[in-house]
Design a protein around this ligand. Structure first.
Ligand code: ZN
Length: 121
């Protein structure tokens, strides 16, 4: 399965796209730098949860409703969650540039500041 941000987000160390992977030991989905695994390997889920929240907040602004183009869902969260991952990827790629930074040594909890978000539209 492709992650939401695979090939979309970039490595905060070198700027290369990140790819989705799976930790062979734990089975946890990850994102890792496509240029060097020494740059970063991060658990995918907390990053995706964070980005989902940011996107939903952005799309909740009235001028952004057209992006979803889905009159069947008046609730932005429902509309977002009803989209396929490939459609979500298109929207994320249109709205923002996501940069993943190394989480830092000894950090086990997710910190939002390690995910850079730059608005494109
Ligand atoms: Zn890198």
């Amino acid at each position: 399965m492709n992650g939401l941000l695979s090939g979309l987000a970039v490595c905060g160390v070198c700027g290369s796209p990140v790819h989705a992977g799976v930790n062979a030991r734990t089975g946890i989905r990850t994102y890792l730098c496509s240029a060097s695994t020494g740059h970063l390997t991060r658990n995918a889920e907390p990053i995706e949860v964070y980005v989902r929240g940011v996107v939903i907040a952005r799309l909740s602004v009235p001028d952004a409703h057209d992006v979803l183009n889905d009159p069947a869902h008046s609730d932005v969260t429902d509309a977002w969650d009803s989209l396929t991952t490939s459609r979500q990827r298109v929207i994320v790629g249109t709205l923002m540039r996501v940069t993943l930074f190394p989480p830092g040594r000894g950090t086990r909890t997710f910190r939002p500041e390690t995910v850079g978000i730059e608005w494109l539209s």
